[in-house]
Design a binder for this molecule. Structure first.
Ligand SMILES: C[S@@+](CC[C@H](N)C(=O)[O-])C[C@H]1O[C@@H](n2cnc3c(N)ncnc32)[C@H](O)[C@@H]1O
Length: 299
C-alpha cells in the first residue's frame, strides 16, 4: 500500500486508509459521525456498484473524512484515459478533514479534478453531480438520502444495515414502511453488500450495508408528490390498524379535512387491509382518491 508523504506519485486508488488517517493527524470521532472505512477490499468494491450505464463524469461524495473513499473515487473518475477527465466533489463538515483532503489531493485540486466543499451536507447547495458515492454519516443518513433521491441520479450509499433493510423492503415484510415506499418512489433500491463493523475505525455499534439506488419513474402516477409522501407518512403511524381506521385516525397528519369521504369512496377489501400490506402502487391509488375526495389542506 502507498504511504508516501502525499501518496500522489502512485496515482489514485491504492492509498492505505490507516496511513491516510495518520497523515490527517486527527482521530475519527464517533461523536461527530466519523467512522472511517479501513478495509481496502470494501473500499475497492464500492465505486464498482454504480449501475453499469451510470454517468461517472462528476462524482459527489458526502463526508470525505481522511479520504480513503475519495482516493478510490478519483481513481474511478480518471480510469478512462481516453475520455475527458472526470471530476469529484466532496462535501465535508469537519474543517480539519476538509483541509487535509485539499492537502493530500493537492494535485487533483490544482488540476480541477477535485473540489472540497467544507460545510454541512444538509445546508450547502448541492453541486451539480452525475452520481453520488458515499459512506454516509449515520446520524443524518436519512436526511441526506432524501436530499439526494429527488435528484434522480445513481447513488451508492453506505447506511446502517437496519436502515438499508427498511429502504429495500417489500409490502408485507416486517421492515416495510414509510421509508421503503418513499425511497422506492424515486429509485430501484437494492442492498449490494453487507459490511461488518470490523471494516470501520472506530467501529460503529451496528452492521452496515451498501445500497444502490438506480433512479426511475414509479410505475404509478401521483398528482401531488408532497401529498403522497405525507399520506404515506401518516398511514404508517398506524401500520397495524386497518386502512379504514388509519385514514380516519391520521387526518391531522395527512391534512385531510374529510377523511370520511375517502373511506366512503374506497374499496372494502382495501379498507380492511393494513398499511404494511399495501404496495406502493396501491398506496398511490389510495392517495389519489384521498386527494380527490378528502379535501386535503396544504402542508
Ligand atoms: C462515516 S464517515 C466516512 C469518512 C470516509 N468517507 C470514509 O469512508 O472513511 C462520515 C464523514 O462525514 C462527515 N460528516 C458528518 N456529518 C456531516 C454533515 N452533516 N455534512 C457533511 N459531512 C459530514 C464526518 O466528518 C466524516 O468525515
Amino acid at each position: 500500500m502507498t504511504d508516501s508523504p502525499t501518496g500522489e506519485a502512485a496515482g489514485y486508488g491504492s492509498r492505505d486508509p490507516d496511513a491516510l488517517a495518520r497523515r490527517a493527524g486527527a482521530r475519527a470521532d464517533p461523536d461527530r459521525d466519523q467512522h472511517f472505512l479501513v478495509d481496502d477490499r470494501v473500499l475497492d468494491r464500492i465505486p464498482g456498484y454504480l449501475p453499469a450505464d451510470a454517468d461517472g463524469s462528476h462524482l459527489l461524495e458526502i463526508g470525505g473524512g481522511a479520504g480513503a473513499l475519495t482516493d478510490r473515487l478519483l481513481a474511478a473518475a480518471t480510469a478512462d484515459a481516453t475520455a475527458d477527465s472526470g471530476r469529484v466533489t466532496v462535501i465535508e463538515r469537519d474543517g480539519t478533514f476538509a483541509d487535509f483532503l485539499r492537502e493530500e489531493f493537492a494535485a487533483a485540486v490544482d488540476g480541477g479534478l477535485l473540489d472540497v466543499v467544507e460545510g454541512d451536507a444538509l445546508d450547502v447547495d448541492l453541486p451539480p453531480f452525475s452520481a453520488c458515492v458515499a459512506n454516509l454519516p449515520y446520524g443524518v443518513s436519512s436526511e441526506i438520502a432524501f436530499r439526494l433521491l429527488p435528484e434522480k441520479k445513481p447513488l451508492v450509499l453506505m447506511f446502517q444495515a437496519e436502515f438499508a433493510d427498511r429502504m429495500v423492503a417489500s409490502a408485507g415484510e416486517s421492515e416495510y414502511g414509510r421509508l421503503s415506499v418513499s425511497a422506492q418512489h424515486y429509485a430501484d433500491v437494492e442492498v449490494v453488500e453487507r459490511v461488518p463493523k470490523e471494516a470501520f475505525d472506530p467501529q460503529p455499534a451496528v452492521e452496515s450495508a451498501v445500497v444502490r439506488c438506480t433512479p426511475r419513474d414509479p410505475d404509478y402516477v401521483v398528482g401531488d408528490e408532497a401529498f403522497f409522501l405525507r399520506f404515506v407518512k401518516a398511514l404508517f403511524t398506524q401500520r397495524r390498524k386497518t386502512v379504514r381506521n388509519a385514514v380516519r385516525n391520521t387526518a391531522h397528519i395527512s391534512g385531510l379535512d374529510e377523511p370520511e369521504a375517502v373511506v366512503d369512496a374506497a374499496d372494502e377489501e382495501l379498507l380492511s387491509s393494513r398499511p404494511g400490506k399495501l404496495d406502493p402502487a396501491v398506496f398511490a391509488a389510495l392517495a389519489e382518491l384521498a386527494r380527490e375526495r378528502g379535501s386535503p389542506t396544504e402542508a
